[in-house]
Ligand binder design. Structure first.
Ligand SMILES: *Cc1c(COP(=O)(O)O)cnc(C)c1O
Ligand SMILES: [Zn+2]
Length: 402
């Protein structure tokens, strides 16, 4: 680890590590439920120290970590496969397409990375319980990491979450509170819960280390790509924390003098959950009205990290695109058929986006393009069932001898 400060992404004020826990106290005064978070904190390392100590020959990634490795829970996350998918790329007219398959994390989504780091922080602070609101995956991940770390997860989740995700949380031993309402309702309830009962709140972006945890996927892409920066990374976006984490990875690498440019970040949202998309396109923020998409993991009315996500896309010279549920399901099938990777609907959104970008002139066909696959398809079998047909059974009569 190297020393770090927290810097407010709204007002720029700096705080010592244990001076604050969640949002910038000055800016949080203006926050009320119903709008994106204000005063989200970003970790600012001693980049000169990193530059001096980091060696590509034997990379010490803990230099980029905001929690000391001695506090890490015994639950290995990340190190997921990164590999070229020529057939998928060719299907859409692109020559150099790669997958980062983060559905292969232990609880089957990228959320393991954020939960891992927040639980490490809970270990450091000796907080016994960790509380979160979730559309599903953040909670399954938190429940799993807490199980491994011997801590109590408390979870607020919409009752409509896919069954496999609910099964995961309960099986891992979390205290699950299904909410008859939306993810945004669950978010508000979980904040009220920690304000009243204590524990560490893991809500995405609200706890700054969720962004740092998700950052590790970007650091891995850089290393697995031979310490080179891809041209573009397509990221499915709900609350806007994954895309901010990917941005932060390359921001840190650049600040430490390891790279010269950022990859262009492409925000992919579902056609009926487009708050960040519109914010990027127009510069005006508006909640998404009644988000409704088969991609439950990116179904968000009030994205908590809208401001940082927009900045990540603009600073990286990226752009934003939306895909319909029909396009997502078609992308899910093409991905499976061309690569053998089964992604949940949200995680298939980048595939749908790539198909839509064919011939649009926004990505060059020779560029290195990375699709971030954020969650496993077995998390939501019902969604995939809506686009396939399982053949009817045949009677098990013995074959007749010729
Ligand atoms: C959470 C999640 C996303 C979106 O991440 P945000 O940080 O909310 O933008 C995308 N895909 C999957 C599978 C997820 O679980
Ligand atoms: Zn502030």
């Amino acid at each position: 680890m190297t020393s770090f400060l927290y810097r407010c992404t709204t007002c720029g004020k700096a705080y010592q590590r244990d001076e604050v826990r969640y949002l910038c106290p000055a800016c949080a005064k203006d926050y009320r439920p119903g709008i994106p978070l204000l005063g989200v904190l970003s970790v600012e390392f001693d980049y000169v120290a990193i530059q001096r100590r980091f060696r590509k020959q034997s990379p010490d990634w803990s230099l980029f970590s905001a929690v000391e490795p001695e506090h890490y829970p015994p639950y290995p996350v990340g190190n997921t496969p990164f590999f070229p998918v020529a057939a998928l790329g060719q299907a859409f007219g692109f020559e150099n397409v790669w997958l980062k398959n983060d559905g292969l994390n232990p609880s089957a989504s990228l959320k393991d990375r954020a939960s891992f780091l927040v639980v490490a922080e809970a270990n450091r602070l000796k907080e016994r319980s960790i509380v979160t609101a979730s559309t599903g995956n953040a909670a399954s991940a938190l429940a799993a990491v807490c199980a491994a770390a011997g801590r109590q997860a408390v979870i607020f989740v919409p009752e409509s979450a896919p069954k496999a995700k609910l099964v995961q949380m309960v099986l891992y031993g979390a205290r699950v509170i299904p909410v008859r309402g939306t993810y945004d309702d669950a978010f508000r309830l979980s904040l009220e819960y920690t304000a009243r009962k204590g524990g560490l709140n893991r809500n995405t972006a609200y706890h700054p280390l969720t962004i740092e945890g998700k950052k590790t996927v970007g650091l891995e892409i850089y290393q697995q790509n031979g310490f080179r920066v891809p041209d573009a990374i397509l990221v499915p976006v709900g609350d806007g924390v994954i895309i901010s984490g990917v941005y932060k990875a390359f921001y840190d690498l650049k600040a430490a003098g390891l790279i010269a440019r950022l990859p262009r970040l492409v925000c992919v949202q579902a056609g009926r959950s487009t708050a960040i998309h519109h914010y990027i396109r127009t510069g005006k923020y508006q909640n998404a009205l009644r988000p409704a998409t088969i991609a439950d993991s990116i179904s968000v009315s009030i994205p908590s990290n809208a401001h940082m996500a927009r900045r990540a896309v603009l600073d990286s010279r990226g752009f934003s695109i939306t895909v319909s549920d029909k396009e997502i399901l078609r992308g899910q099938r093409t991905l499976a058929e061309k690569t053998g990777v089964f992604a949940e609907p949200a995680a298939a959104a980048p595939v749908a986006a790539l198909r839509k970008l064919q011939g649009a002139g926004l990505l060059d066909c020779k560029e290195q393009i990375v699709l971030l696959i954020t969650g496993h398809g077995l998390k939501d079998v019902d969604a995939a069932m809506s686009s396939i047909r399982i053949p009817a059974a045949k009677a098990a009569t013995p074959c007749k001898a010729p």
